[in-house]
Design a protein. Structure first.
Length: 124
């Protein structure tokens, strides 16, 4: 936001300079030929300034676009890494659940087999 306000200020400054120069030239006490020459010179000068201003604005826009692209890429990479970490945690939980279920099944089968085994005759 701060950059756009600076841009607006510079654009206003440039426009104000153009209007002020045109008014000063038109109201100055000199011949028409001298006035036309000055207007032509000022026009050339102002065009050069406008081109510089335009080129600078384009360069700033490119820099800002590059920075935005870089930030977006960094955010994508962080998101990808976070997703991979969550997938790894989920897989660990699934594996632990499978291992616990297999252990519980083994324990239950052992208990079942023990209960079906023939009992030793009781001494009595």
């Amino acid at each position: 936001m701060n950059n756009s306000r600076g841009f607006e200020f510079l654009a206003g400054l440039l426009l104000g300079g153009i209007v002020g120069a045109a008014i000063a030239l038109l109201l100055a006490p000199q011949s028409g030929e001298e006035t036309r020459d000055q207007i032509r010179e000022r026009g050339i000068e102002l065009r050069a300034r406008g081109e510089e201003f335009s080129n600078e604005a384009v360069q700033r826009a490119k820099v800002m676009a590059d920075e935005g692209q870089k930030r977006a890429t960094e955010m994508q990479e962080r998101s990808r890494l976070a997703l991979e970490e969550q997938k790894a945690r989920l897989q660990e939980a699934i594996d632990a659940g499978k291992q616990a279920a297999a252990q519980r099944r083994s324990d239950m089968m052992g208990a079942f087999d023990a209960s079906k085994a023939p009992k030793a005759p009781s001494e009595g």
